[in-house]
Design a protein around this ligand. Structure first.
Ligand code: FES
Ligand code: FES
Length: 160
């Protein structure tokens, strides 16, 4: 079967099967930022944004995503042209092995799209579904606070 999806603002057809997970489809088509961790909805490594909401793509059958709009980290930035969130994660030392990073970045985007001025508790709660085995989370929290400060500075017309 084939389904139409919009991935990172590009609408196209994808071949799939009734039992394929969205995670597998995205990786098969080259969206390798979408990681397979637990495969059962507990680690957040496979996080994508679907129609504006965070989802674990390992829990979504690909045909159920037909007609939806998906955002992966490839849609935000690249190695040569990183998104400011990616820059701040690197600067804060919040990326070690990097396996959790795409899901974390999308969780941060989802949070800040809805709440540009979150408290520490809001940030912790927003990242609750994304596990990191390397950083101990402190540097990730630092990175998110730096992102917020940078966005506030930019909103005031200052230099990033
Ligand atoms: S791989 Fe989907 S939540 Fe872990
Ligand atoms: S940086 Fe390795 S799992 Fe988070």
């Amino acid at each position: 079967m084939r389904i139409e999806l919009t991935v990172n603002s590009e609408t196209k057809y994808f071949r799939t099967s009734p039992d394929e997970k969205l995670l597998e489809l995205l990786r098969r088509y080259g969206y390798m930022s979408v990681k397979k961790g637990c495969g059962e909805g507990t680690c957040g490594a496979c996080t994508v944004i679907m129609d504006g909401s965070l989802v674990n793509s390992c829990l979504v059958f690909a045909p159920m995503a037909a007609g939806r709009s998906i955002v992966t980290v490839e849609g935000l930035g690249t190695v040569n042209d990183p998104h400011p969130y990616q820059e701040e994660f690197v600067k804060a030392g919040a990326v070690q092995c990097g396996f959790c990073t795409p899901g974390m970045i999308l969780a941060v985007k989802s949070l800040l799209d809805q709440n540009p001025d979150p408290t520490d508790l809001d940030i912790r709660q927003a990242l609750d579904g994304n596990l990191c085995r390397c950083t101990g989370y402190v540097k990730i929290l630092d990175a998110v606070k730096n992102i917020i400060a940078r966005e506030h500075e930019e909103a005031r017309g200052g230099k990033a």
